[in-house]
Design a protein around this ligand. Structure first.
Ligand SMILES: [Zn+2]
Length: 496
């Protein structure tokens, strides 16, 4: 409990007032803010709980959102996201590991989620640790726990994957997922860089792998994939990580059927796949984006010959999804569990991970299905906020991704000239029976890259007056911390 703090009513009013002072230079916004302050003062009740639900669409930039909207709702349609009352832009900040005062222009999920979780920008691959000097950074989930809030993590990824990991663990490298990753052998590929894990071994006084930190941690509910790490023997113990988690008070589950029977009096670790959860959708017969096939003549001279583009297709159900719980089911379970806890309220992070992972794999149907999962989870979050109005819902992405909406027929394909992408393209048949071309051309490797674009930040009513039209990604931490009356992020030059 936060006995050292001012009574919550007063601190909330002060918090709201300081947020409004910050934004007060815009007169129109100031008027709205004054009204908001008055409403807030009236609404704040003793003993009311306060909650933050942070929904991260991994890689969900405007290209990914537009592609999903066109496919799911049509060009004039609206997603659930589009109905949220606030939309801002988040500037993704990444720093160089060797020279942390220098920027890198494209992030990974580890550093960008660390920005949101801790308020401090770091370098790629780091899990809530500082660039260069490898210091642990306190996370919003840890601060919330210390402040009397319950905490939860829900993801369609492996729970030891970068985005969920940054909220509840600290380590030098995102690849240090399970005990076997902590001890590189001569068979460990050099590109994996796993020697960076050695300093974090428990035997060397470190905190151990990400999965071990989760198993021995105090998060009230953790749901996602990644059981393969938890089947391993823990560092400095004879137990598997799953057994260690039970010893640390977790009830463990592995199927959707077990979700309704969970005890709210006990912490929950739910792992529903060995690695990431399968996606709901795939391309027709498993097809992904393909390379256009130019004729021989065209290969000899770009002005001549023709090109064959990949056959148009629709998305279909991924047979591997099977009885995997949906992100909505996981979200509903987490909300029910967290709402049942005593205390000040809760912090919950929900990640739809495979918008990113399927964009890496050039599989637009995988990404679209995952974005639809995010929409369904958002519906659950909004329904919860209807019942518990002091719930701030933020929806954002960690970084941009490769998929790009490009013309089906090039504007330059006049006079029979074959114009086509140097990359891979999937041509999807939309509900309007039109063809939408999704292009992937960040590289010629089997795995596409992230992009450095700003990403959207949405919120429900509770974000009005608290979120500027453009924020840096580390400022998202401050917005959440302020809402929950938690200490602000440490001031680090890297956060600027
Ligand atoms: Zn990625």
């Amino acid at each position: 409990m936060r006995t050292q703090h001012l009574p919550r009513t007063i601190t909330r009013i002060l918090n709201t007032a300081s947020a409004l002072v910050l934004l007060g230079s815009l007169s129109q916004m100031a008027l709205a803010s004054d009204r908001r302050l008055a409403e807030e003062n009236q609404a704040v009740k003793e003993n009311a709980k306060r909650n933050v639900i942070l929904i991260i669409g991994d890689g969900m930039d405007d290209n990914q959102i537009t592609i999903a909207r066109n496919y799911l709702k049509g060009a004039r349609g609206k997603l659930q996201l589009d109905h949220l009352p606030l939309r801002s832009t988040s500037q993704v900040i990444t720093v160089d590991e060797e020279q942390p005062d220098l920027p890198i222009y494209v992030a990974d999920s580890a550093n960008s989620a660390t920005s949101m979780a801790t308020g401090v920008a770091t370098s790629r691959g780091r899990i809530s640790t500082t660039a260069g000097d490898d210091q642990d950074l306190t996370t919003i989930a840890e601060l919330a726990k210390a402040g009397g809030y319950a905490t939860g993590i829900v993801s369609t990824a492996d729970v030891a994957d970068a985005t969920p990991a940054v909220f509840i663990s600290h380590i030098a490298l995102r690849g240090c997922k399970g005990p076997s990753d902590m001890q590189p052998t001569e068979n460990t590929p050099s590109w994996s860089n796993l020697e960076a894990c050695v300093n974090d071994q428990i035997a060397r006084g470190g905190k151990g792998s990400i999965a071990q930190q989760i198993a021995t941690g105090n998060t009230d509910i953790v749901l996602g994939g990644g059981s393969s790490h938890f089947d391993q023997t823990a560092e400095s113990s004879d137990l598997t990580l799953l057994a260690l988690a039970r010893k640390h008070g977790y009830q463990t589950v592995s199927s959707a059927e077990e979700l309704p029977g969970l005890e709210t009096s006990q912490k929950v670790l739910g792992l529903f796949a060995p690695s990431n959860l399968p996606t709901i959708w795939q391309g027709e017969k498993g097809r992904i984006a393909e390379k256009p096939s130019p004729s021989l003549l065209n290969r000899l001279d770009w002005r001549l010959g023709s090109v064959e583009l990949p056959e148009p297709m629709r998305c279909e159900k991924n047979p591997q999804f099977g009885s995997t719980p949906t992100l909505k089911q996981l979200t509903d379970t987490a909300l029910k569990h967290l709402a049942a806890q005593d205390g000040e309220g809760f912090f919950l992070m929900i990640e739809s991970a495979s918008i990113d992972k399927q964009s890496h794999a050039r599989n637009p149907c995988g990404s679209i299905g995952e974005l639809e999962q995010l929409e369904d989870a958002l519906i659950s979050a909004l329904a919860f906020a209807e019942q518990e109005p002091e719930t701030l819902i933020l929806v954002t992405a960690d970084h941009g991704q490769a998929a790009q909406l490009k013309p089906n027929i090039s504007l330059f394909a006049h006079g029979g000239i074959a114009v086509y992408t140097p990359g891979h393209v999937a041509r999807l048949i939309t509900p309007e029976n039109q063809i939408m071309a999704v292009n992937y051309a960040t590289n010629d490797f089997p795995y596409e890259e992230h992009t450095g674009v700003n990403v959207p930040l949405y919120s429900n009513q509770q974000g009005l007056g608290r979120i500027a039209p453009m924020v840096t990604q580390p400022e998202i931490f401050n917005i959440m911390a302020q809402y929950l009356n938690l200490p602000a992020a440490p001031s680090k030059p890297a956060a600027q």
